[in-house]
Design a protein. Structure first.
Length: 278
């Protein structure tokens, strides 16, 4: 009987994201609080007669494949214990280019699936940092503080929230966003020394927000609209964008906010989700 594994890969939200500097090797040092929500990509891995990657779901690539394919990168990065052909089917429920870890969580899901199939040996999650800076965090898959270049993961408490999550029609390259950052050495030294017990929502938001706000007034208008909805605790852009979320203490508040949002922005994708599901 062929071995088959189904992995549920959740989206992540950056509660705050500070980019502290750029190392000589090109990697960026960061300081971020991360939580996970009940918005998932589903990944099926099974032995097959040939290698095959299939995408399904509302956010599958229009041409049926990605030119910069994280699945192929992941398989090339891993040393499989034996030569084997795999059929990998990914149902894309998480928006791409949204700052939700849509690609990296697919890599993390494949790693977990191959570990369960005993086709690769389990390794410390920091070993996967060279595959992608988000991947150790997405393998950890719990509320955490992320430091270093993404390899230093510290479990942290973060309270339960309900989120209105949405995606404006604004897309950009992550590399392009990083290249536009200006770094402050004083901020770097202060944040490197901080030792938080919990993830602090009072942190200074997301360093990428000011770049997007400056370049796209329409994006800023959407952000401000969401931030001013009733009962919002805080609003953020996640990752390097483009998704925006607003946090609420009750699901009823988030659902009401989503109705108001949809009545004003009918063409934009939005959903209500929550964290701390496990």
């Amino acid at each position: 009987m062929q071995d088959k594994r189904v992995i549920i890969a959740p989206a992540k939200l950056n509660i705050f994201l500070k980019i502290l500097g750029r190392r000589e090797d090109g990697y960026h040092t960061l300081h971020s609080g991360v939580t996970f929500i009940n918005l998932f990509d589903n990944i099926e891995i099974e032995e097959s007669s040939k290698n095959e990657i299939i995408y399904k779901g509302p956010f599958k690539p229009k041409q049926g494949y990605y030119s910069d394919c994280i699945v192929k990168k992941t398989l090339n990065f891993l040393n499989l214990i034996k030569d084997i052909n795999l059929k990998i089917t990914i149902t894309k429920n998480i928006p791409v280019q949204g700052g939700l870890g849509s690609a990296s969580n697919n890599a993390a899901g494949i790693i977990k699936g191959l570990e369960k199939m005993k086709l690769i040996k389990k390794q410390p999650i920091e070993n996967y940092i060279r595959l992608g800076s988000d991947i150790p965090c997405l393998l950890f898959q719990k509320n955490c503080l992320v430091k270093g270049i993404g390899e230093k993961i510290y479990p942290k408490f973060f309270p339960k929230y309900y989120f209105l999550l949405l995606q404006p029609n604004y897309y950009h390259s992550t590399i392009e966003m990083y290249n536009k950052l200006n770094f402050k050495t004083n901020t770097f030294s202060k944040l490197m020394k901080k030792k938080e017990k919990n993830i602090n929502i009072k942190e200074e938001g997301n360093d990428f927000e000011k770049i997007v706000f400056k370049e796209n007034k329409g994006y800023k208008e959407i952000y401000d609209f969401v931030a001013n909805l009733n009962q919002v605790r805080f609003t953020r852009m996640t990752g390097s964008g483009s998704c925006i979320y607003a946090a609420f203490e009750k699901k009823e508040y988030a659902n009401n906010a989503n109705e108001v949002f949809k009545s004003n922005y009918k063409d934009l994708w939005s959903v209500v989700c929550e964290n701390n599901m496990v």
